[in-house]
Design a protein around this ligand. Structure first.
Ligand code: BGC
Length: 769
């Protein structure tokens, strides 16, 4: 995200922008498919090959880029009909200015589409996607997407590069921060509600087109290194990694973005099997496919040929729109003349892009999203900011709370210590490209505001973010810089220890800078940086109670911290209002209820680690460590540090045994699994009850557990609620070795509990009829 203005003309004010296109008044059209087809066919009949190719060209407006800005002479290209859309250009004024060129100066006056990475909020930023997943609250997640779309469209945009639904099981990969974690069921549910939240009915001017990404398997990058190769069995692909993309497509996502990686030897951008056979033929996708940033020209580096060759390959594979590379613009006409692509290839892609514009209503009103009034009144409203605070407080995961260290009293001396304790810019997280970092409150400010004047809250930095200055610089880019203290480490720690000694409680604000996860932020050591750990050790030695407020965009290895620090609240990166939300939870105004959407390993050598693994032929006995000739490690148990689904509350919950309505399930009917959950503590709290199954005998190896449902319930102290889940044959289906989606009759286990490692179980049989 390089915040620079590339398009000088577009970026100047709007004075004088005319409504020339709107005044020409095209006939009103509706979204009925036949009418759309007729409209697009009529338009395409008038288009030259050059104009068709122009529709396939997507350029950056240069406000937030993740690579080089290739396109030049953007204004004259728009006028020549050589640009189909622009991304990372915002404000109704600038967008109107650009759109005006398209609809007044270009021959056919075709409007452009305007995209942006609207990923976890817009100017009102919400917690990073991994954090939102930790809420296990689909309604809440959908509402964050709705607010994001409302704000983004008020700022002129109509196309969101979201949801990112890549499954991630290797926490070294920095983009885990943008994902919903390791599980295909949770991930699919989130994919669906994100699409709904962004797109709504795609009619109003506050709805925008979703772009599900990164298709496909991007989260399985080898070694957790970004952009790296993926190589995967069809079993794993169909049963796990592909599912959330399909869920987004089934929910009606209007577009899809191709991933950077190669898959089993063919880069996704040139992968006809993926983009045509799977996406279009198997799944019936009707929207358009855009490459990722320079994804087409990167095929040259992948080793598939020169720009002309790779552009032809990408188009023929099913990549309709070329983001940034301009390979299509520069070479497709020649390829057509030389018979390397057909006019049908170009027509197909062009039609899909035009259809998207039609669905967005841009042919009716190209300025539909250019309301200066909306930009003034609908962005960062008090209601949106309040919602951001409430949403953030639902995403924090209480990992440990010995001796009821938390919640804290709003009184006494509180020492906030750590490099992340007094930085607002670090709070919103990696893709908050539109957030106002300068006005985002720091944790210290949030605590002071919420604690009121009975508490005396002090701050000491205690350590740098990382000992190495370059690493710190790279982990705090794009306006998220954290100051360094260049005195000897011992002196900096000593100041903090002095502050701690004067305090009743220490809040240690430690972890990652927000650019230590996200794109191009892979790490091989996924612990809290050593220099911060040494600070933490010194703080613990004071004997004062220490609360670790852990900032992170990925599962961290925190074995030592878990064994030694009395309380750990994992706060991820919580958006614009995270500071207040963290304070709300630390002081007990909100009881934490987040649950991990991804496993936390004990050490990095365990990754990839995930709860729904296969059993192997030599499984380790439950709770075992090392047994010769079993599937295990000599030096560490197979257990995670914190399992998938884990998260504590300030209250406690008990679970009854699981009751099944029947020991047999007939196809076409359902059985019900019921547990009674009781709040056994003294504070009202929310609990996410999780349902898992295991297929005990299959035609292929089946996971030891698979999430099949979850319900979040709120319970007052002493209150009990029955929580029931229906299970049908549909829930037990999987892709078999022939890739048929089937449920196989036989015995199943069912598990219910507060997380994947702590469950009560029962058993039933799926009958054949
Ligand atoms: C990222 C995408 C993003 C695109 C446009 C790329 O580098 O991989 O996720 O949508 O840039 O900003």
């Amino acid at each position: 995200m390089n915040f620079k203005k590339a398009l000088s003309l577009i970026c100047i004010g709007t004075a004088g922008a005319t409504l020339a296109f709107a005044q020409t008044k095209r006939p009103a059209v509706n979204t009925d498919e036949a009418k759309m087809n007729a409209f697009v066919s009529q338009l395409m009949a008038k288009m030259t090959v050059d104009e068709k190719i122009g529709q396939l060209n997507l350029v950056t407006g240069g406000e937030a880029t993740t690579g080089s800005v290739v396109s030049t002479d953007v204004e004259s290209k728009i006028a020549k009909g050589q640009i189909g859309g622009i991304f990372s250009l915002t404000t109704p004024q600038r967008i109107r200015k650009a759109q005006e060129i398209a609809v007044t100066k270009s021959r056919l006056k075709i409007p452009m589409i305007f995209g942006q990475d609207v990923i976890h909020g817009y100017k009102t930023s919400f917690p990073i996607p991994l954090a939102l997943a930790a809420s296990w609250d689909l309604d809440l997640i959908q509402r964050t997407a709705r607010v994001a779309a409302t704000e983004a469209t008020a700022d002129g945009l109509n196309w969101a590069y979201s949801p990112m639904v890549d499954i991630v099981r290797d926490a070294r990969w920095g983009r885990v921060a943008e994902s919903s974690g390791e599980d295909e069921y949770l991930g699919s549910q989130i994919a669906r509600v994100m699409v709904k939240g962004l797109q709504g009915d795609l009619k109003g001017n506050n709805t925008m087109m979703a772009c599900v990404k990164h298709f496909a398997l991007y989260g399985a990058a080898e070694s957790g290194r970004d952009y790296n190769t993926t190589d995967m069995s069809l079993d794993r692909m169909y049963n796990v990694y592909l599912k959330p993309y399909k869920a987004a497509i089934d929910a009606g996502a209007g577009s899809a973005m191709v991933s950077f990686n190669d898959i089993n030897g063919t880069p996704a951008t040139a992968n006809k099997w993926l983009l045509t056979d799977v996406l279009r033929k198997q799944w019936g996708f009707k929207g358009f496919v855009v490459s990722d940033y320079t994804g087409v020209s990167e095929l040259i580096e992948h080793g598939l040929g020169d720009l002309q060759q790779v552009s032809a390959l990408a188009l023929k594979a099913g990549t309709d729109m070329d983001m940034v590379s301009e390979g299509y613009l520069k070479t497709l006409k020649t390829s057509l003349q030389q018979g390397k692509v057909t006019i049908a290839d170009i027509n197909n892609a062009c039609r899909l892009v035009l259809e998207a514009k039609y669905k967005l209503g841009l042919f009716q009103d190209p300025y539909k999203y250019c309301s200066e009034e909306r930009a003034k009144t609908e962005i960062m409203t008090p209601a949106n900011m309040k919602f951001s605070r409430d949403a953030a407080s639902q995403t924090f995961v209480l990992l440990k709370n010995a001796n009821k260290t938390l919640p804290l009293k709003k009184a006494g001396n509180i020492a906030v210590i750590g490099p992340l304790g007094n930085t607002g810019a670090n709070m919103p997280g990696t893709w908050a490209v539109n957030a106002d970092l300068a006005t985002t409150p720091s944790l210290l400010e949030g605590l002071k505001a919420v604690a009121g004047n009975k508490a005396n809250i002090t701050y000491s930095m205690g350590s740098n973010l990382t000992a190495d200055a370059t690493l710190q610089k790279n982990g705090t880019m794009f306006g998220r810089e954290i100051p360094r203290d260049d005195r000897p480490e011992a002196e900096v720690i000593e100041d903090a220890v002095k502050a701690a000694k004067k305090a009743d409680v220490v809040i240690a604000a430690l972890g990652e800078g927000s650019e230590m996860s996200g794109e191009s932020s892979s790490r091989t050591d996924i612990g809290i940086p050593d220099v911060q750990k040494r600070l933490l050790e010194a703080l613990l030695k004071t004997g004062k109670p220490v609360v670790l407020v852990l900032f992170t965009g990925r599962p961290l290895t925190i074995k030592w911290e878990s064994e030694n620090v009395p309380a750990i609240l994992n706060v991820w990166f919580g958006g614009s209002q995270a500071a207040y939300a963290i304070a709300d939870v630390l002081f007990g105004d909100v009881n934490p209820s987040g649950k991990l959407p991804i496993t936390f390993p004990q050490n990095v050598g365990q990754v990839p680690i995930y709860y729904s693994h296969k059993n192997t032929g030599r499984p380790l006995a439950k709770n075992g460590w090392f047994t010769k000739f079993r599937s295990d490690y000599l030096d560490v148990s197979n257990d995670p540090q914190y399992p998938f689904g884990f998260g504590l509350s300030y209250t406690t919950f008990s679970y009854s045994d699981v009751k099944l309505s029947s020991a047999t399930l007939r196809p076409g009917s359902t059985i019900t699994a019921t547990v009674t959950v009781t709040n056994t503590g003294s504070m009202e709290g929310k609990e996410t009850v999780q349902l898992y199954t295991r297929d005990l005998v299959g035609s292929t190896t089946r996971p030891v557990m698979e999430l099949k449902g979850f319900k979040k319930v709120s319970l007052k102290p002493g209150e009990s609620k029955q929580v029931s889940f229906n299970i049908s044959e549909e829930d037990l289906k999987f892709y078999n070795a022939q890739l048929k989606y089937v449920a196989e009759p036989g015995d199943f286990k069912v598990f219910v509990g507060p997380n994947s490692a702590d469950v009560k179980e029962s058993k039933f049989t799926l009958l054949s009829k």
